[in-house]
Every structure is written in C-alpha cells, then in structure tokens.
Ligand binder design. Structure first.
Ligand code: GLN
Length: 202
C-alpha cells in the first residue's frame, strides 16, 4: 500500500518561509504556507522559520494562531523552530536591550537573542552534528540566538567548537539557531521528516 504523503506546514507570517517550502517539496512532502488557525488542523507537523521573532509572535497573536498552536504542541504536535522560530518555541528569552514578547513556552530551553552580535557579525561554520551522520553540516548563522540552558528532557544535537548549544530536540520539538533552509544540504529537513513520520506511525 502507498504511504500517505506527509503534510508539513511552514508558518508564513514573516521571514524565510519559502526556502523551507522548496526543500520540503523536493523531499516529497506536501507543504502548505500557514497563516490562519484553521490551516493547522490537517497538518502532521510545522516549521517556524527564521526572521524576526517579536514580529512573528505579534502576528501569531494577531492571526489567532498562538493559542491553538500552543495547545497542539502540548498534545505532541511536531514543530521545528529555526532561528527566530526557535526563539518562539523557547520557555524563556533572554534579551539585554529590547523587550521580547512572551514565547510559546513549548520547549525547555532558555535562549539568548542576537547572541553573536549584529547583522554584520553573521557567520558560517562546519558543524559536528552526529544525528545527521559523520559528514559535518554547513550552518549559516544570521543575527542568531543561542541556547543558554536546556531542561532535563532536552537532547543537545549540536554545539559550536567553544561549547555553545545551537541545536536541540525535546520529543517532537526541534530547535536550531541557524538557517538549514539556506543550504543545499537537506539532511536536517530529512531528520525532521523522520520525527514527524514516527509520530504519525509511518
Ligand atoms: N535576530 C532575530 C530575532 O531575534 C533572529 C534572526 C533570524 O531568524 N535569522 O528574532
């Protein structure tokens, strides 16, 4: 029997959502752009992209997505937050200069926004990421956050050479400081697809 095609939405309120859609489509996943609460219903999982976390959180409230998504996540709905999306998933945001909105408090991680400096301090690095295999993963950091603290149920997936945590997993939730949608390497997306497929029993 043919397997049902997975449906992984990409939150499309602001930021780098289209690049995620393109990679998922190449991997054979149905990938609707999500802007309204009703669109969450038929999904197997969701990616929250990079962009500007305060704007994304504000728009999530404005479009009535915040509460329904929080409830879905509490029932095990798989979500991957990349960069600003990771900030939205956190339980706590540390932010020295500006005030941030309250995040979804879905993942037991404390994140620090803009942790590597300004836009001009953006950087790229070959990351060791054992869950993706032995080949290093090319990671692009754009005004990125870091994960300062993780809870007991959080598995660290990648660290920078100096020990800073930049990717993590807690059950069906994934978080990464960097932008996997901007590289040609689809391994991180494939990893998320596996998380989603195991949840749907495929
Ligand atoms: N600096 C952004 C924020 O704090 C995140 C940057 C990104 O997503 N590339 O929301």
């Amino acid at each position: 029997m043919k397997e049902k095609q997975l449906k992984i939405g990409v939150l499309a309120l602001q930021g780098a959502f289209i690049e995620h859609c393109h990679i998922l489509q190449k991997l054979g996943v149905d990938t609707p752009e999500i802007r309204l609460p009703g669109q969450l219903q038929a999904l197997d999982g969701l990616i929250m992209p990079g962009g500007e976390s305060t704007t994304i959180l504000k728009l999530m409230h404005g479009y009535g997505l915040f509460q329904p998504l929080k409830e879905l996540i509490s029932r095990g709905f798989p979500v991957w937050g990349t960069c600003a999306g990771m900030i939205c998933l956190a339980s706590r945001i540390k932010n020295s200069q500006q005030s941030s909105l309250q995040p979804l408090e879905a993942m037991e991680i404390t994140v620090k926004r803009n942790a590597f400096g300004r836009q001009v301090d953006s950087f790229e690095i070959e990351l060791d990421m054992p869950v993706l295999g032995t080949q290093p993963y090319h990671a692009i950091f754009i005004r990125a956050p870091l994960i300062e603290k993780v809870g007991e149920s959080v598995e660290v997936l990648a660290k920078l050479p100096e020990g800073v945590i930049v990717a993590a997993r807690q059950g069906n939730l994934l978080a990464s400081s960097f932008h996997p949608e901007l590289t040609a390497d689809a391994r991180f997306h494939q990893y998320f697809i596996k998380v989603v497929a195991s949840k749907t029993g495929q």
